[in-house]
Design a protein around this ligand. Structure first.
Ligand code: AMP
Ligand code: MG
Length: 300
């Protein structure tokens, strides 16, 4: 699958606002529909991460967001029940973000209400010795969701072109060909009935600083903090570059990336819910036919 390079017809018009850095901002001329907002987050080949503001609100109102999230979560739960009953297809959600970017928060807030029997969540950390002795996709492939299941990767195979590149754990000759390997891998998943939805939670440098400081200052949060998080923070610019390349190289028609505003948590959660709901609605899973005509059958 080649990356989507053309401006897709889903792309909504974006007006350039006259800031010093001439960043483009999402300025809807009228309240945008959910599908327009989802399209605005979707990555095409021409990605510039600066086009995606971490504090974007899509003109949503915070006061109404909680209710809206509830409505979307209910819809997702119903669609998941159908996906589970149908047992023909799967969904893989890939979550990538910098430390404190909200990956755990999304899982907690958006995937709540889903029948736990129909979901798997796996967090990928530093590869174990056994994992490191295999090809980089091995540990991920075996964790992909089976039919009927929504699988979540909290960090993913993309770390192989993010942390491994930025911290120079492998040489460019090793990480560069991985974009193609990832595209092929995801195409194989798609071909086997797994829809791959990839979410980059786009938190700003300033907001990450506040959240890490919070973790340090709050005893109940300290367990989330590692001194190494500060080393990664120092490499922020290199990570931005690596994210940009990864998203550009691997956002395909069948396995798209979405850049989700990461700073206001309520926007982030609602945006993820909208993406997931739309993805499931497009799949439109159906309850299977009963094995026989049950009309009039009485349990005795
Ligand atoms: P966290 O998700 O913050 O609990 O931490 C997981 C850690 O594992 C992060 O620091 C990641 O950078 C690291 N990690 C994940 N995948 C890899 C990988 N393929 N190689 C090296 N480090 C990794
Ligand atoms: Mg961490």
């Amino acid at each position: 699958m080649t990356p989507v390079t053309a401006e897709s017809d889903l792309t909504i018009p974006i007006r350039v606002t006259g800031s010093r850095t001439a960043r483009r901002r999402y300025v809807p001329t009228m309240p945008a529909s959910d599908s327009e907002v989802v399209a605005a987050m979707r990555v095409n080949g021409a990605l510039d991460l600066d086009d995606h503001q971490p504090d974007e609100t899509f003109e949503w109102q915070k006061a109404a967001a909680k209710n809206q999230l509830g409505v979307d979560v209910d819809a997702i739960a119903e669609l998941q029940t159908r996906l589970f009953a149908e047992r023909r297809r799967a969904v893989l959600i890939v979550l990538q973000a910098m430390d404190a970017g909200g990956k755990d928060g999304v899982i907690r807030s958006v995937l709540t209400g889903i029948n736990p029997a129909g979901i798997t969540v796996h967090s990928f950390g530093v590869p174990t010795e056994e994992e490191a002795e295999h090809d980089f996709l091995w540990r991920h492939h075996v964790r992909c969701p089976r039919r009927g299941i929504i699988g979540v990767f909290n960090r993913s195979h993309y770390e192989a072109v993010l942390v491994e590149r930025v911290k120079e754990l492998v040489a460019p000759e090793v990480w560069r060909p991985r974009y193609a390997h990832i595209r092929d891998f995801e195409r194989a998943l798609t071909g086997a009935g797994t829809t791959v939805v990839k979410l980059h939670l786009n938190v700003s440098y300033e907001e990450q600083g506040r959240r890490l400081q919070d973790r340090i200052d709050t005893p109940e949060e300290q367990w989330k903090f590692r001194l190494g998080d500060l080393d990664d923070r120092k490499l922020w610019t290199a990570y931005r570059e690596a994210y940009t390349d990864a998203l550009r190289e691997t956002s395909t028609a069948d396995a798209a990336w979405y850049v989700v505003p990461g700073d206001p948590k309520w926007v982030r959660n609602l945006a993820v819910a909208k993406i997931l709901r739309q993805t499931l609605e497009q799949l439109d899973p159906q309850y299977p036919e009963p094995e026989a005509d049950l009309t009039g059958l009485k349990v005795t």
